[in-house]
Write a protein that binds this ligand. Structure first.
Ligand code: NAI
Ligand code: MG
Length: 531
């Protein structure tokens, strides 16, 4: 196994660890050449240029001088040491964001000017997308092809979408009972605190920063300790695009220190968080105990994926596989309870098992690889614990069930059948490549079972019958229902959860409301002859 593994893992080419201290020192990044894109992917040389905190437009060390390592999930080896932000750094970043909001040009410039900076940023993301995708894969472990072909284009698209909104945000004239002129002003909230996770570092950056900037807010964003590198890179591109200093501050660091300091800061006007339900409760509590800042939460899920008896089984198998295994199973909306009608259950199991066994797991920098490593030891151990729990609770292990290789955090694509609703693998968010397949008999039963969960983030429905599709999409308590498709993410489509999957919606027009205050302005009308 070790030998195969050595063959599978290729080094990230020409790795250098160069610390950049200010924007003017930027070098031209090497370009990606598609000429040799044959058997192996040709990855542009990647450098870690930014490892300090970004406060007030400058890269600086943490107040304590402390750093922490970020790891390559393919091997567990250290990529770079990154400044470790703590409460004092959050204070410095919030002061910078406050000053940029109260005194700086950002909220005062025309919305059109703001949108042009965001559009320039999107262009720069495209210019640097190969290098950014490589850095994302290196820090996170996701397949390079997916990072470059899906995540990077979505990052640019999302900022263009919100740039389009910037100059279309305005209030209303409101009819009132009486001689009053009433209007609403839609104003930015102020300093937004944002805490993001590690599973889609760049997309989570976009979902939070895009709408906040479009509305004219300033930001302090804390990245996940597992994936600090790409947000620093893109924040630098934002300054190259003309973003004034202090508008976007990036703090790398840990949750209970930097994250908690941000959530409880008295001068942060709004908090947006994505991560576990458990941590979501903590940050909501911190916001409540400090200054009652409004909080949006995008939390965990245990999404049902329902395959009806009339479904095209081959397509359903492929889609259910994708719904669960995409991004190493590390998706908050993963279709992690595959409910299959009893008439097609046996065929579905056979085909799902065959599909999982064909899944290509390996070095995410190699062409054709579908699945890379899990993010870190903690997640790797957690997923293996859930697999053991599935076996112990007598679910049938159809394939997989263990570690792959001897290095890094790779896990075999795992399929369980005969899963019962009360098993832990059917109730908890596993966040790994473990598919749980359950049998059902009729629609009423599956609706009830699918909704018997503390989560409500997403659901998938697979059927050819429009009445079944309509019945299920109305009955399922989830923020998104994908019918005959899954994981369709578009900048304009809102995303968020029912129940303990969260509060509020991100993306689309809905996210703008998270970053705006509505002010009603009421003025008496002078009695005129015609009134
Ligand atoms: P987490 O929720 O603890 O971490 C997410 C973010 O919150 C990170 O930036 C972290 O530094 C920060 N954080 C942690 N503790 C905090 C605190 N006390 N105050 C403020 N910020 C804090 O998630 P973690 O530990 O990385 O993963 C645990 C589980 O959470 C996963 O196995 C998965 O089930 C779920 N998860 C869900 C995600 C989603 O997209 N909804 C993303 C990541 C994890
Ligand atoms: Mg945690």
């Amino acid at each position: 196994m070790a030998d195969i593994w050595t063959l599978l893992l290729s080094p990230v080419p020409e790795i250098k660890n160069v610390q950049r201290r200010n924007f003017s020192l930027r070098r031209e990044t090497p370009r990606f050449s598609t000429a040799a894109l044959t058997e192996e992917l040709v990855i542009p040389p990647v450098q870690v240029n930014y490892t300090q905190l970004l406060i007030n437009g400058k890269f600086v060390d943490s107040a304590s001088g402390k750093t922490f390592p970020t790891f390559d999930p393919r091997t567990g080896e250290v990529i770079a040491h990154v400044a470790e932000g703590d409460a004092e750094d959050i204070n410095r970043a919030v002061s910078a964001a406050r000053k940029a909001f109260d005194e700086g040009p950002w909220p005062k410039m025309t919305a059109y000017e703001r949108s042009r900076i965001m559009l320039r940023f999107a262009d720069l993301v495209e210019k640097h997308s190969d290098e950014l995708a490589a850095l994302e894969t290196w820090d996170n472990g996701k397949p390079y092809e997916q990072a470059s072909q899906a995540e990077l284009p979505m990052l640019a698209r999302l900022f263009r979408y919100y740039a389009g909104w910037a100059d279309k945000i305005h209030g209303l004239t409101v009819p009132a009972d009486g001689p009053y002129h009433v209007q609403t002003l839609h104003e930015p909230i102020g300093v937004a605190g944002q805490i993001i996770p590690w599973n889609f570092p760049l997309l989570m950056f976009a979902w939070k920063v895009g709408p906040a900037l479009a509305c004219g807010n300033t930001i302090v964003l804390k990245t996940a300790e597992q994936t600090p590198l790409t947000a620093l890179y893109v924040a630098n591109l934002f300054h190259e695009a003309g973003l004034p200093p202090g508008v976007l501050n990036i703090i790398s660091g840990f949750g209970p220190t930097a994250g908690a300091a941000l959530a409880s800061h008295m001068d942060v006007d709004k908090l947006a968080f994505t991560g576990s339900t458990e941590t979501g409760k903590i940050v909501l509590g911190l916001a409540a105990k400090s200054n009652l800042k409004p909080v949006t939460l995008e939390l965990g899920g245990k999404s049902p994926f329902i395959v009806c008896e009339d479904a095209d089984i081959d397509k359903a198998v492929e889609l259910a596989h994708f719904a669960l295994f995409f991004n190493q199973g590390q998706c908050c909306c993963a279709g992690s309870r595959t409910y299959v009608h009893e008439c097609v259950y046996d065929e579905f199991i056979e085909k799902s098992k065959a599909r999982a066994m064909k899944r290509i797991v390996g070095d995410p920098f190699k062409k054709g690889v579908e699945q890379g490593p899990q993010i870190d030891t903690e997640q790797f151990e957690k997923v293996l614990r859930y697999i053991r729990s599935g076996i112990e609770s007598n679910a049938t292990l159809e394939c997989g069930g263990g570690r792959l290789g001897s290095k890094g955090f790779f896990i075999q694509p795992t399929v369980f059948s005969n899963v019962q609703d009360d098993m832990l693998i059917a109730k908890d968010e596993i966040f790994g490549p473990v598919q749980s397949i359950l049998k059902f008999k009729d629609l009423d039963e599956v609706i009830k079972r699918a909704n018997t969960t503390r989560y409500g983030l997403a659901a998938g429905v697979f059927t050819k019958n429009v009445d079944t599709a309509n019945t299920l999409s109305r009955a399922l308590k989830a923020g998104t229902v994908w019918v005959n498709c899954f994981d369709v993410f578009d900048a304009a489509i809102p995303f968020g959860g029912y129940k303990m999957s969260g509060i509020g919606r991100e993306k689309g027009i809905y996210s703008l409301h998270n970053y705006l205050q509505v002010k009603a302005v009421v003025t008496p009308l002078k009695k005129a002859a015609w009134l």
